[in-house]
Design a protein around this ligand. Structure first.
Ligand code: ZN
Ligand code: ZN
Length: 346
């Protein structure tokens, strides 16, 4: 039985029906759009899927494969009995109704697989590091090109081409290119706005390689910045570096967040940093753990997290600087390496 299935079953006192497809993939390597996995405390596992995936399901080791109808939950529900935990954070209400039409007593739970998935083994770290390297190179090529006079959408599209040319399988999320006032929106979509001189351009991008994601943000200058934007950049960079230098295993998500938040607040920009410091990255671009003022997580060796403070000034612009890091006993190893000192693009 795989290490991952073993680790999960060792934590169970009640069977768990895994319906998050990324979790099913993580536990079994089975990649499909329709599956559920019942994991027993004793170590047994049953994989449910439909006819379309029959052949690939049979090659999954250590699981008993059962075929269901394509609309599977009523069918699965009819085969379960006794107490069964389900992933309450991902199972839609209608599916829950279908599942409950059977004899099982359904018990809501969340975070069981996610907690295991958050800790990356060496092979996973290598894959994410590779994705981060490809992303770095694609962005480096972009910064050699002209920004001023091109639209945000053009730049996002060009970066996508460069990332593919450097070996990305696909983007891990829609690239953000936010210039001028748009930089004040943390999750801006690229628009037809033309990048002007004398401002900041925030680019947040990531790629997927071998199933694993990267995530990085850099903010570049188009020269001659207003003082306030220059100050925001310097404060954000110092805070980001402080967090990178001090985050380590054993720290809570709240403590990690404070490493960057405190100096930003002390410089008067506290109100302008309205999101958490970071999140886990792996098979999904946002996963456990969370680094924020509301986090309930504690950092562990092998977590891969982003460190991404930002300062957003309405009507003026914004800055965010994001690295991807592996948490170690006494610090972090950065997987992103593009320079963080403010660079000027043409
Ligand atoms: Zn990002
Ligand atoms: Zn991020």
């Amino acid at each position: 039985m795989s290490k991952r299935l073993q680790a999960l079953s060792a934590q169970l006192d009640t069977p768990l029906l895994v319906t998050n497809l990324t979790n099913v993939f993580y536990l079994t390597g089975f990649d499909s759009s329709n599956a559920a996995l019942l994991v027993e405390p004793g170590g047994g596992a049953t994989l449910y899927t439909d006819f379309r995936y029959a052949e690939s399901a049979r090659s999954v080791p250590d699981v008993d494969v059962q075929m269901t109808k394509r609309a599977m939950m009523a069918d699965v529900g009819a085969r379960l009995k006794g107490r069964v935990q389900f992933e309450a954070d991902v199972l839609p209400y209608l599916e829950w109704e279908r599942l409950s039409s059977g004899a099982a007593e359904l018990v809501p739970t969340s975070g069981l697989v996610d907690g295991i998935r958050a800790i990356k083994d060496d092979e996973e770290v290598a894959k994410i590091a590779k994705a981060a390297r490809i992303a770095d190179r694609g962005f480096e090529a972009l910064t050699a090109e002209t920004f001023v006079g091109r639209s945000e959408r053009e730049i996002a599209w060009r970066l996508r081409e460069l990332l593919h040319a450097h070996g990305a399988d696909e983007l891990s999320f829609e690239t953000i290119v936010a210039s001028g006032e748009n930089g004040a929106l943390p999750h801006a979509h690229p628009t037809d706005r033309i990048v002007e001189r004398g401002t900041l351009v925030t680019v947040d991008w990531g790629v997927r390689v071998d199933g694993y994601c990267s995530d990085c943000t850099r903010t570049v200058s188009t020269g001659g910045l207003p003082d306030k934007l220059r100050e925001a950049y310097d404060v954000c960079l110092a805070a980001q570096k402080r967090a990178c230098a001090n985050i380590k295993a054993g720290m809570t998500g709240v403590e990690a967040d404070a490493l960057a938040r405190d100096p930003i607040t002390d410089c008067g920009f506290g109100e302008n940093f309205g999101h958490g410091l970071g999140h886990g990255v792996g098979l999904a671009v946002h996963e456990a753990p969370r680094l924020s003022t509301e986090s309930t997580d504690t950092l562990e060796v092998g977590h891969i997290v982003t460190i991404e403070p930002g300062i957003y000034l309405e009507g003026l612009g914004g800055v965010r600087i994001e690295d991807l890091a592996v948490v170690r006993e006494d610090g972090v190893d950065l997987l992103t390496s593009f320079p963080k000192e403010l660079i000027e693009v043409s």
